[in-house]
Design a protein around this ligand. Structure first.
Ligand SMILES: Nc1nc2c(ncn2[C@@H]2O[C@H](COP(=O)(O)OP(=O)(O)OP(=O)(O)O)[C@@H](O)[C@H]2O)c(=O)[nH]1
Ligand SMILES: [Mg+2]
Ligand SMILES: [Zn+2]
Length: 298
């Protein structure tokens, strides 16, 4: 720390520029000094004023960091979180592979994850989605029902957000920005008609943004654009099985200590399929295993 440096938190990013919230609650546009470090939302920084803007001098060490991934480039996008809220909805139908990836990314950073299923008013698709989430409840994962339209389930969810910094993740159109608007009256986060968003292939929310839930600034919600790919390529393939909670009880019981749990004889994971491990969960594992093994060859 040097004279003139002040503390702040990155609350939004636009390319390489970002908005920093000062300790007095003022928000100021800042530019990172040099190209070495890119600030992400949630970063605690030291910044210095230059007229009405600012320069980020230093980013403090991160407690944790989540990545977003496109093709070969890996981009980090939020840091210093307490938990991750994965918002799914009755519609659009969610991809279990994407859900699994988000859960693994959170677990790799030792972040608790909360799954919330929104749009309970759409009764039949909601029931189908709820049933598809059975394997996740079986592995001890909390799954909360929600209807942002009526507000049903909001109190239970709100209690879980108290005093925490929560990153809201999920596919496009599940209601992430609607949730922010429900909980932060002056947020005015843009929300979109699902059909429009899906048909144009675009997302309503295009950048990650931090919102305070309370006047004393203890609970925060971070809205993010709907995810396409979750960055997992930094995870060693040998670690993958230990990041799937339903596999965990069987690890260390296979005949071979370096078992990949895909085809080896005497594999305790393979033996548990059908009781303890759902078959499609094992399929998600093998698909991801191949992907991570291939990524390492580059
Ligand atoms: N039927 C129903 N519709 C809802 C509910 N909650 C949100 N929606 C609608 O779902 C649509 C998408 O909501 P958004 O909040 O923009 O979704 P998002 O997750 O922020 O989407 P992206 O920003 O594209 O990632 C909007 O038309 C909302 O009005 C609900 O409980 N029931
Ligand atoms: Mg949004
Ligand atoms: Zn095995």
């Amino acid at each position: 720390m040097k004279p003139g440096w002040k503390r702040g938190t990155v609350v939004a990013t636009h390319g390489r520029h970002c908005w920093v919230e000062t300790e007095t609650g003022e928000r100021r546009l800042c530019h990172p000094r040099g190209k070495r470090q890119t600030p992400v939302v949630g970063d605690r920084v030291w910044w210095q004023a230059s007229q009405d803007e600012g320069t980020i001098e230093q980013i403090e060490e991160r407690r944790n960091l989540l990545y977003r991934q496109d093709e070969l480039r890996t981009k980090s996008f939020a840091a210093n979180l307490d938990q991750v809220l994965i918002l799914l909805a009755a519609e659009p139908v969610f991809s279990e592979s994407q859900l699994n990836r988000a859960l693994i990314a959170a677990r790799a950073e030792r972040l608790p994850a909360l799954i919330v299923l929104n749009k309970r008013d759409l009764t039949e698709p909601f029931e189908r989605a709820w049933t598809r989430l059975q394997p996740y409840r079986d592995m001890g994962q909390t799954v909360l029902p929600l209807c942002l339209l009526s507000g049903e389930g909001l109190d239970t969810l709100q209690a879980r957000l108290l005093g925490q910094t929560t990153l809201v993740l999920g596919p496009s159109g599940t209601g992430k920005s609607t949730l922010v608007n429900r909980l932060v009256p002056h947020a005015q986060a843009a929300t979109g008609e699902i059909s429009k968003a899906l048909h144009s292939g675009r997302h309503t929310t295009t950048s990650t943004t931090w919102y305070w839930l309370d006047p004393d600034r203890r609970s925060a919600l971070i809205d993010s654009p709907g995810f396409q790919e979750f960055g997992l390529h930094h995870i060693p393939v040998e670690r993958l099985a230990s990041l799937m909670p339903d596999f965990e009880p069987y690890l260390g019981q296979c005949r071979f200590h370096n078992c990949s749990h895909r085809h080896e004889p005497g594999c305790a994971v393979l033996a548990a399929i059908g009781h303890g491990i759902h078959e499609q969960r094992h399929r998600l594992y093998t698909d991801l295993y191949e992907e991570l093994a291939a990524a390492r060859r580059y």
